[in-house]
Write a protein that binds this ligand. Structure first.
Ligand SMILES: [Zn+2]
Length: 370
């Protein structure tokens, strides 16, 4: 595994002076930040549909980085990540500019739905968008031309689709050197390699010269604090790698696996309808032949129980949360691991177990004492 950063951080300061960030209708000068409500469409009432954007322009020159969330309106974890970066972090030493887009799909967010409620369009298949096209493409166009194209790199936050959950992982086109550099700097354990479908923000931004990764984390309709904290570590690490925070260092996640086309990976689907008794959670390690779940009928009749076994040893990256399936529905996203990664992972899990045993022993001692 060659997981170390081999390029020196590009702090962007050698031949640049800090520049204003401009968009259609405004500018944010170095040393300033602005909260903007930017019109991207109009409602049935003729009122503006405006997305919240915070632009933080550092006093020092450096790259322009976008952080975006809620392209799918019910995927909330990323909203909190982007808000905390924009409003809770100290930006006095920032080199470069942050363009923070916590809620891109405002109509979907208001309805707490994945898609734009207008004909159920997927905003994340509508980029880069087009003037004079469908409502979804017009919205995508306004976002893309004003706030994505002017950037040097980007992070787009997602969660699993409703009813399922994901362990935190990065999706990135690892054939693009800058995308790979962002993906590794984000310091997730798992990177799924691939360029992504056309129309997605990360694919189209990367095509337009703004290398971008997607971060998948947890489930829809929730703030999941541990995942949010891990994502914030990832953001800080990317900003360190690209010189936005030149005094900070890049974080190493302990182990890392890049799941490319040579790896075994599969969405295991139900072959029977029923109620699912899931034996494994997201991020768990399962061995070949181990039972992943059992699908049962309402009477729990032994003869009708269908057990689903792991076809290979791997990691549960995504898993069903809503425990009911029709035949063909996804149960779990399993990815195979190299022997090196398995060793590193087993070492980590053993250390975690002994830490938690130590903790429970300590709390047993202290409760004995009281
Ligand atoms: Zn999404």
């Amino acid at each position: 595994m060659s997981d170390t950063m081999d390029e020196p951080p590009d702090d962007g300061s050698s031949d640049r002076t800090a520049e204003p960030f401009t968009y259609n209708g405004g500018r944010v000068d170095p040393g300033e930040s602005a909260n903007i409500r930017y019109g991207i469409s109009e409602t049935y009432l003729g009122d503006p549909v405006r997305i919240p954007v915070t632009v933080v322009n550092g006093e020092q020159p450096g790259p322009t980085v976008f952080l975006s969330a809620a392209a799918h309106g019910d995927e909330l974890n990323g909203i909190e990540v982007v808000r905390e970066v924009a409003h809770d972090w100290d930006h006095s030493e920032l080199h470069g500019t942050l363009v923070c887009l916590p809620v891109m799909n405002v109509p979907g967010f208001l309805a707490q739905e994945r898609y734009l409620p207008i004909y159920d369009r997927d905003l994340n298949r509508s980029f880069p968008g087009r003037e004079g096209s469908t409502s979804a493409r017009r919205m995508a166009h306004r976002i893309f031309t004003n706030f994505i194209e002017p950037c040097d790199l980007g992070l787009d936050f997602h969660t699993s689709t409703r009813g399922r959950t994901n362990m935190l992982h990065v999706r990135a086109n690892m054939d693009d050197p800058t995308v790979a550099r962002i993906a590794k700097a984000f310091s997730s354990n798992v990177i799924i390699a691939g360029e992504g479908p056309s129309g997605t923000l990360r694919y189209e931004a990367t095509q337009a010269g703004v290398p971008t990764i997607t971060i998948e984390m947890g489930e829809a309709h929730r703030f999941q604090r541990r995942l949010i904290d891990r994502a914030l570590t990832g953001v800080a690490s990317v900003l360190a790698e690209f010189g936005c925070h030149p005094d900070s260092s890049v974080h190493w996640p302990g182990w890392r696996t890049v799941i490319d086309d040579d790896h075994e990976k599969t969405w295991i689907r139900a072959d029977a309808g029923g109620i699912v008794d899931m034996k494994h959670g997201r991020g768990e390690y399962v061995r070949e032949g181990e039972t992943i779940c059992a699908i049962t009928n309402p009477f729990k009749e032994e003869d009708d129980i269908v057990t689903v076994e792991a076809p290979f040893t791997g990691l549960v990256v995504g898993v069903l949360e809503n425990p009911v399936v029709y035949p063909g529905n996804p149960l779990c996203h399993l990815v195979g691991l190299s022997p090196d990664t398995r060793t590193a992972l087993e070492r980590e899990r053993t250390a975690e177990r002994s830490r938690s045993e130590l903790r429970s022993a300590r709390s047993a001692e202290s409760s004995d004492a009281e």
